[in-house]
Design a protein around this ligand. Structure first.
Ligand code: 5AD
Ligand code: SF4
Length: 513
């Protein structure tokens, strides 16, 4: 199937008038399948297509003249970055950005499907937008991102949220001009969701948020299929961008004066596994990026399974590769990890941590943890607590397990009562706070390097920024240091941030080789 054929197969335009009676499943046959582990696991059938010839079709030139767009983003940095790409496409169409929904001609909700409460927020927001649509029927409302990849969500929107004009998924944001055009022309809801394993589209325009820090995708999708996780279904198979495209993009960012880049992927350690013509993995990429004259390079997020020795060796070289690794563990119990499909044991995780700490003694490790997974016993939960202490994580994102339709875990009984889940989360969060405060305390009296991002959210007299180890620092200094690397002497540690005294701007370091 070529691009044009696939697109025409992908047009779904259910008639709003008779949506009560219709069975919409027929609309999804060619482009959409319900998340199905069996089908999704059959990866590798589809070729990854590369497109690097994105341009705005003549028909759409100037479509946004005199119009404004508003995008609300939910979820992870991958979504934040997709929003920057959509912002770039809107700009190329002539739209202006607005941060007030009432002023917008097009409103997009870029959604997250990772947990039920993330989805509920979106449905709540759609509810609020109903009255806006009533007052201003010309406004276009769209739902995109991970939730759009779920058939149950699309059906729910079709049934109950007729204020929505367009739905599109994660694989076709480059089709935004066509989708908006279609929505303007049509009285019907425009739905274009591709159930693809995934392509790679280069050269999409982007309007980045700020000019100090930038996100750069290095790969898309996930093949890990942790049993609780919806991501492999909503984001497609693992596919890596070519090293030359990534290196070129980061060199360009360095030339534009950006000071920090965060490499993005659901599982960055699997980078390069899908290349058939070159043996080039995440360690190789980091070793090449180390040579670029840009002060800080971070990455998120890692999977312990693919974290190899060569990568550790490269990260230990330091330079612009910062001493912070976010390493989601999810649970400290080997038996729990097994049913979560994490493919490592408690012991293997601890061994990896040991190797990392030997190679990078001042590393800051942070993690993600899920409590209340089906059948989790008190003893298994306590193993998570002791693992946390043994590793000495500096902080963590902690979650209550949320069943996701179509995942293997959703077929298990969600049998831990909510009060038990909440109580475990509380105990874990107390531990996380205690460790965070202790990690902060170490910095009292030390001089740290801070990348100054701007005025503190709480007090415009104060500037704030982050250290290489991702600690938030607040201090007073002239506004002219915003965007620069500075030295700050830490005077007081709080649980989540550090206060300090400005010392001076860091002189430009030598070019790294
Ligand atoms: N329920 C709760 N937390 C989840 N995560 C992923 N899926 C679920 C789920 N179904 C968490 C994991 C992951 C983070 C991004 O979200 O901890 O690392
Ligand atoms: Fe989800 Fe991360 Fe597991 Fe992939 S590795 S399935 S994104 S938790």
């Amino acid at each position: 199937m070529n691009e044009e054929q696939r697109l025409s197969a992908g047009r779904i335009k259910p008639d709003k008038a008779d949506k009560e009676e219709k069975d919409y499943s027929q609309y999804f046959q060619t482009v959409y399948t319900e998340p199905s582990l069996k089908k999704a696991r059959k990866r590798g059938g589809e070729e990854v297509a590369y497109f690097d010839d994105f341009e705005i079709d003549e028909r759409f030139q100037g479509m946004g003249k005199g119009r404004k767009f508003y995008i609300r983003t939910y979820g992870c940095q991958m979504n934040e970055h997709d929003t920057e790409v959509m912002g770039g496409i809107f700009s190329a169409l002539g739209y202006e950005v607005t941060d007030t929904v009432e002023d917008a001609n097009v409103i997009l909700l870029n959604t997250c499907a990772i947990r039920e409460n993330a989805e509920n927020k979106v449905f709540g927001e759609l509810g609020h937008l109903k009255s806006l649509k009533r007052r201003n029927p010309d406004v276009l409302i769209g739902v995109c991102g991970c939730m759009s990849q779920e058939e149950s969500v699309v059906n729910k929107i079709l049934k109950t949220y007729d204020q929505v004009d367009m739905i599109f998924g994660t694989h076709n944001i480059h089709r935004l001009p066509n989708i908006i055009h279609e929505a303007y022309m049509s009285k019907e809801m425009v739905i274009e969701v591709w159930s693809k394993e995934g392509d790679i589209i280069e050269n999409l325009p982007k309007v980045r948020h700020g000019n100090i820090k930038a996100w750069v995708n290095i790969m898309y999708g996930c093949d890990k299929f942790c049993t609780y996780c919806i991501v492999p279904y909503t984001r497609g198979k693992e596919r890596s961008r070519r090293p030359t495209d990534i290196i070129q993009e980061i060199r360009q960012l360095a030339a534009e004066g950006y000071k920090e880049v965060t490499l993005l992927g659901q599982n960055v350690n699997a980078y390069g596994k899908d290349f058939e013509d070159i043996a080039y993995r995440f360690g190789d990429l980091m070793d090449d990026l180390r040579k670029i004259d840009l002060p800080r390079i971070r990455f998120t997020t890692s999977h312990p399974r693919d974290f190899d020795d060569y990568l550790i060796e490269v990260l230990a070289k330091g330079g612009n590769l910062v001493e912070h690794i976010h390493l989601p563990v999810q649970s400290g119990s080997t038996s729990m990890l097994k049913i979560m499909g994490r493919i490592y044991s408690r012991e293997a995780f601890l061994e990896l941590v040991r190797k990392i700490k030997v190679a990078i003694p001042n590393v800051s490790l942070t993690t993600d943890i899920i409590v209340g997974f089906p059948n989790e016993t008190e003893a298994q939960f306590l193993e998570t607590m002791t693992l946390y202490e043994e590793v000495g994580f500096e902080t963590a994102f902690t979650y209550i397990y949320s069943p996701r339709d179509g995942t293997p875990a959703a077929k298990m009984a969600d049998n831990i009562p909510m009060d038990v889940k909440k109580e475990r989360l509380q105990r874990l969060n107390d531990l996380v706070n205690e460790y965070s405060a202790a990690a902060m305390k170490q910095f009292e009296g030390e001089v740290v390097e801070v990348l100054v991002e701007g005025e503190s959210k709480r007090n415009e007299e104060v500037l704030s920024g982050y250290t290489r180890r991702s600690k938030l620092v607040n201090f007073k200094a002239p506004k002219s240091v915003i965007g620069k690397l500075v030295h700050v002497k830490i005077t007081e540690a709080k649980t989540w941030s550090l206060d300090g005294e400005f010392i001076g701007v860091v002189e430009k370091k030598e070019v790294l080789i």
